[in-house]
Design a protein around this ligand. Structure first.
Ligand SMILES: Nc1ncnc2c1ncn2[C@@H]1O[C@H](COP(=O)(O)OP(=O)(O)OP(=O)(O)O)[C@@H](O)[C@H]1O
Ligand SMILES: [Mg+2]
Length: 431
């Protein structure tokens, strides 16, 4: 909008002296400056308001997230508590093993839930290994099956010829888990959830950091269900964080946002087809791993072949209950156990006992004073430093360079995984 006084077509007759014109211009400039200031102030207020709205939405969603997690965990603890009560009173071996199975599956689900929370906090793939989704699906299958309700069926159709991919196993586990949990919710107590992995010959996925392989088929992971399906309006919003159609306590609306973020981080793409009353199919495409990289099977524990009786082990764990339980487990198996309550004490204990011989170390990674990895970094230069097993509920792997003398187990781990891994380390030490 040009002010009238600035118009160049102003008639000659009414033309004011040049001085008057200049002062009028000055007034207009000053006014413009004031208006500009007001505009900037309004913009700033709008930014502040948007920010506080975003923060309050974030807090609100955080509250819902925490509420949802607390709810899920309480249910799992309830299952474990009831199973233990039953176990105490059951006399039939069949009932006892049933209670044990139920408790173990609740623990597996709790463990997946904590993995999910950890993955939410990550921005990038924490690790990149060559992995085969059929093998990953096989390790996940007991947990996936435990999610099914009533008569609902889970079918896993994994083509062993499907290409390997490069990715973070913990994060890709989350992709599968979230898609399956949604499918399970959609089918309820009847219907079918189908997971397929196959080679997809459309060359449209090329992750940014992987050498382009337009000649290679991508990996297609498909999770489909014969459940409720979605309206186009719902479908348009499913990847929005905190979008959910589930009642409070049943869903936080973060599942698919996380799936989308992980697939994108891995340079892949995700598509969805759905029809109300018919079902839904999610398709995830990931580029195949470069052929010259070696395929690695998921970290299956080595079979126990060495005698562990009399093995001296230094255990560093800050949680007293966890420490006592591990100690009991190890002693029952014939280990001689030295315990430390934090990383600094672990170094002291090592120095005190190194001369008489310590065969293995079992270090929690997160401990006060000195972390497990820091404690190991102090000890590792000692000529008598034995192999180490790191355990963690937060980390995905050991940060230091990989070595057959360093192993990792994610908490919670099973007794059989623990002993198989310790046996493998012991074998390594005796080479
Ligand atoms: N397989 C499916 N069938 C039908 N609707 C689905 C399916 N998968 C996702 N949805 C819809 O998408 C919404 C968002 O899914 P998302 O996984 O992000 O969150 P959620 O399952 O509601 O909660 P959360 O995963 O955080 O527990 C769901 O609430 C549901 O409406
Ligand atoms: Mg979900």
């Amino acid at each position: 909008m040009t002010p009238k006084s600035e118009s160049p077509e102003r008639p000659e007759t009414s033309s004011p002296p040049a001085q008057h014109l200049a002062s009028e211009l000055q007034i207009l400039r000053a006014e413009l400056e004031i208006q500009n200031g007001k505009l900037r102030e309004a913009e700033r207020r709008e930014r502040d308001l948007t920010e506080s709205l975003r923060e309050s939405r974030h807090l609100d969603s955080l509250g819902r997230l925490v509420g949802g997690i607390a709810h899920d965990f309480n249910n799992l603890l309830q299952i474990i508590s009831v199973s233990l009560d039953l176990l105490e009173n059951d006399s039939r071996a069949e009932d006892r093993s049933d209670s044990l199975r139920t408790a173990r599956s609740a623990i597996d689900r709790g463990s997946l839930l904590t993995r999910q929370i950890v993955v939410y906090g990550q921005r990038a793939p924490a690790s990149s290994v060559v992995l085969e989704l059929p093998a990953l699906l096989e390790t996940m299958s007991p947990v996936l099956r435990s999610l099914m309700q009533g008569q609902a069926r889970l079918v896993i159709d994994a083509d062993p010829e499907a290409p390997a991919v490069v990715g973070d196993p913990a994060q890709l586990e989350q992709v599968i888990l979230n898609l399956v949990v949604n499918a399970v919710d959609a089918v309820g107590a009847s219907g079918t959830v189908l997971i397929r992995t196959l080679a997809d010959h459309l060359p449209h996925v090329v992750p940014p950091e992987t050498p382009a392989r337009p000649d290679q088929p991508a990996l297609l992971l498909e999770v489909s269900d014969t459940g409720s399906g979605m309206t186009p309006e719902t479908q348009a919003r499913i990847f929005e964080p905190f979008f959910t159609t589930k009642p409070p306590g049943r869903g936080t609306g973060l599942g698919l946002a996380l799936v989308h973020a992980i697939v994108t981080r891995h340079g892949g793409r995700i598509d969805v087809q759905s029809r109300v009353g018919t079902g839904t199919t999610f398709q995830v495409r990931l580029a195949s791993a470069p052929g010259d990289l070696v395929r690695t099977a998921p970290s299956a524990a080595a079979p126990e072949s060495v005698d562990l009786d009399g093995t001296v082990i230094l255990v560093a764990e800050d949680d007293p209950v966890v420490r006592r339980t591990i100690e009991r487990l190890l002693r029952r198996r014939g280990f001689e156990v030295i315990v430390a309550t934090d990383g600094a004490e672990a170094v002291d204990r090592f120095n005190a006992h190194a001369a008489s011989g310590i065969d293995l170390l079992l270090f929690d990674m997160e401990m006060p004073k000195l972390s497990g990895t820091d404690a190991y970094n102090v000890i590792r230069h000692h000529p008598a430093c034995p192999p180490v097993l790191f355990v963690s509920g937060v980390a995905d792997e050991v940060p230091s360079p990989s070595s057959p003398r360093i192993r990792f187990l994610r908490k919670p781990y099973s007794e059989s995984d623990l002993f198989a891994t310790l046996a493998a380390l012991r074998e390594e030490a005796m080479r």
